[in-house]
Structures are given as C-alpha cells and as structure tokens.
Design a protein around this ligand. Structure first.
Ligand SMILES: [Zn+2]
Length: 219
C-alpha cells in the first residue's frame, strides 16, 4: 500500500505572540536609545493603509552649467523672449532631442502652433518624465491612534533587525515632527530622520524587496 504523507506547506505567520513581542521590544529599544522614551505609540504588524507616490518616469537630461547645451538653451529662451521663434527652434530641438524636459515642452508648443504633427512626440517625451506610480509603504504612522504599523511582509521575509529598527525610527520621527499629507517629509523631519542607525543599509534592503524608500535630499 502506498503511503501518502501530507507535508503541510510552511506558512510564516506574523500575528503570533513572539513576533508581536519582538516588535514591541525593538520599539522600546529605539524609543529609549534615540528618543529618551518620549514616543507614545503602539506597534503592530499590519498592512499600512494608503499608498505613497513614487516617481517612475524616465529621468530628464539636466543641463550642466556652461555646457554647450546649456548655452544653446539660454540662447533659445533669449530668442523666444525676443519673438524670434524660427531662430530659437533648432537650438531648442537639439536640447529636446537630448532629453531636456523644458526644451521638450517648448518644442511641443512651437510645433503645435505651426500645425506640425511632431509636437505630439515631444509632448509624450515630456510627459514620460512625470510618470508616477503608487506603492504600499513598508511602514506607517497613524497620528489619530498613535499607532505604528509595519508591513507583515517584512516579518514573513524575516527582515533583519536593522531594517525594522530603521522603520521604527522613521515612524517615531513622524510623531515628533508634524507634517501634512502633501509634504510628509519636510526638512525639519529629514533633520531627525537622517540620524537613523544603519540607514543606508536598511534602505538598500527595502529597495531590493521592492518597497518605496525615502532618499535623502542632495546636500
Ligand atoms: Zn514617512
């Protein structure tokens, strides 16, 4: 007789007592180590509500000051202001064809005014720089309930402690620094946030896992 052994597939769970305690323990550690126990919040494994906007567009060509394209664009805008569109157009086209967003926009306007159907191709190229997508964040802070939620996927993937600590640190900063939905990470917030322990390493891990991350502003 053939024996059939049923092997249950291992389904990692994150609503278990030990995972909850581990998260609370990490939160207490972060709170006392970096915030003098000032943060009043509860923590849980839960899919964060809402989503964040992330840029998914093609990067535009930036014009380096005093480069040849920079000079061409400066000359073209000067000519446009003087009403000399015909002379401006070849200069703009060169910058637009190199992927400079402002030049693409101006080219699409110029061509449209002339009834030239190529305007659409420049408008499309310009719009591609502005593409965004929505993504669920790895963690979230709910100010109404003083609650920090971490995505259960992090638990299922056995995210390293430095990742969880970074996320908890980030969400603690949200309680310290008020912000609104349109600008959730203003400069005052980033002043705190950039001090998070092992920030770069945590960001790299989150990126590999496909979570949206917060880049530091250029200094
Ligand atoms: Zn945030």
């Amino acid at each position: 007789m053939q024996m059939i052994t049923f092997v249950p597939t291992f389904v990692p769970r994150c609503d278990g007592e030990s995972d909850r305690l581990k998260l609370e323990h990490l939160f207490s550690f972060i709170n006392s180590r970096y915030f003098d126990d000032r943060i009043q919040a509860t923590v849980c494994w839960e899919i964060p509500l809402g989503s964040v906007t992330i840029s998914s567009g093609t990067p535009g060509k930036a014009l380096q000051p005093r480069s040849s394209l920079w000079h061409r664009f400066a000359k073209a805008t000067h000519l446009l202001q003087a009403g000399q569109r015909k002379q401006a157009q070849p200069l703009l086209q060169e910058c637009a064809d190199a992927g400079h967003p402002d030049s693409e926009l101006l080219m699409s306007h110029l061509l449209k005014q002339q009834g030239d159907s190529r305007w659409e191709q420049y408008a499309t190229a310009y719009n591609r720089h502005l593409d965004t997508t929505r993504a669920v964040p790895a963690a979230c802070y709910y100010p109404q309930h003083n609650r920090i939620a971490l995505h259960p996927h992090l638990c299922q993937r056995r995210a390293p402690q430095f990742v969880l600590k970074y996320l908890l640190f980030h969400e603690c900063c949200h309680q310290l620094v008020e912000s609104d939905e349109r600008n959730p990470h203003p400069p005052a917030f980033m002043e705190w946030e950039r001090r998070a322990p092992q920030r770069d390493k945590a960001i790299a891990w989150l990126e590999r896992e496909g979570f949206p991350t917060l880049q530091l502003p250029a200094q």
